[in-house]
Design a protein around this ligand. Structure first.
Ligand code: A2P
Length: 344
């Protein structure tokens, strides 16, 4: 089994490599790729970073990508054509009809219809789906109103550096110059702007992803979603305030029971004692934490929840590695290269 990790030097790629090692992924060989800037660099564990080239892209069984949309648009099809199944963490392929968009605990059976590329969902959508799937199965989701509090690591290494640099400068009373990554100062601030705004759209692309990906993953185009995505000065862990309106009544007690039995979910819900999910405690963990489960007093069929997870772990790297594990376990890797060669 030959595995490629593309974007191996990035915030997500780093953790992917760590997860592949700690989960003992059954690869005989791992090749690591990044931009030309990093070619030749040695990573922890002794792997040497390569630049993407046509010949280097051949001969893999599996490729996990986290190198941004444009790299995925260009290179994921090339790796797939050369016989690999690609698990792609960018948004480039997520909404394509022939690309399954999969959360390992939620819709793993969708992996079966891949045609060479499988998409890993957006980090905010990922944790939301893990928490909502058991409630959707029980009572049917009619409508969601979600506000996110997203950490800077979702934007990548440069954003982590920017928050640290600005925070240090603000505390020291030093000038910190112009913002480089975000539109405004992120240290000690809250920005109602995660992702970018396409011309003529009053929602950010991050908000559109949350709306569209939710419907695709849950396989229900009727679910209505309203989203406000907000960037906060947190390094790891996205938090979400979620209002869930169901088609059938669902009380908080039943929701708590369902969630405490759900795969990948840990319920932390004793608010008077200060027990609820928080980003600093979720950082470095793979679970999705849910708490503040309560009835929405303004609606008979609605609940409020607080959902937190490490956006780099379950929100990106962990789910990608879990999808790779499922592709192996379900024997969904082999035959593609052979089938294409036979067609040619
Ligand atoms: P590099 O470190 O050489 O720039 P992050 O999300 O933390 O910013 O990381 C993005 C990842 O994608 C990094 O590993 C980065 O490599 C990689 N990357 C960026 N542009 C390209 C490209 N054109 N080809 C291959 N990898 C790329």
């Amino acid at each position: 089994m030959r595995l490629a990790v593309v974007g191996a030097t990035g915030a997500v790629g780093n953790v992917m490599l760590e997860q592949l090692r700690s989960r003992a992924f059954p690869a005989d060989e791992i090749a690591v790729f990044a931009s030309a800037r990093s070619a030749g660099r040695e990573l922890d564990g002794g792997l040497i970073v390569q630049e993407l080239t046509e010949e280097a892209a051949g001969g893999f069984d599996l490729a996990i990508f986290s190198a941004g949309g444009s790299t995925s648009r260009e290179w994921a099809p090339r790796f797939a054509q050369a016989g690999a199944v690609v698990v792609d963490n960018s948004s480039a392929w997520r909404m394509h009809d022939d690309v399954p968009l999969v959360v390992s605990e939620v819709n793993p059976d969708d992996l079966a219809w891949h045609d060479g590329i499988v998409a890993n969902p957006n980090c905010s959508t990922m944790q939301l789906m893990v928490a909502l799937k058991p409630l959707h199965d029980e009572a049917g989701i009619e409508r969601l109103v979600v506000s996110t509090y997203q950490s800077v690591s979702g934007t990548g290494m440069k954003a982590i550096e920017e928050l640290r640099r600005q925070a240090r400068a603000v505390l020291d009373g030093e000038p910190w110059g112009e913002p480089r990554v975000y539109a405004h100062q992120i240290a000690f601030n809250v920005l109602p702007h995660a992702g970018s705004f396409a011309e003529g759209d009053d929602h950010s692309d991050e908000e559109r992803k949350l709306m569209n990906e939710t419907r695709k993953i849950l396989g229900d185009p009727a679910i209505r979603v309203s989203a406000t995505c907000v960037r906060v000065p947190v390094i790891f862990g996205h938090s979400e305030a979620v209002n869930v309106q169901t088609r059938h009544p669902l009380g908080p007690e039943r929701a708590r029971t369902l969630l405490s039995q759900a795969p990948g979910v840990t319920v932390l819900d004793d608010p008077a004692s200060g027990v609820y999910p928080i980003a600093t405690a979720a950082a470095g963990r793979d679970e999705v934490f849910v708490g503040r489960i309560r009835r929405d007093p303004s609606h008979d069929c609605a609940l409020d929840l607080w959902v937190v997870s490490d956006n780099i772990r379950k929100g990106a790297a962990t789910n990608a590695v879990q999808l790779a594990e499922l592709l192996v376990a379900r024997d969904l890797l082999h035959g593609r290269a052979g089938a294409r060669a036979a067609q040619a």
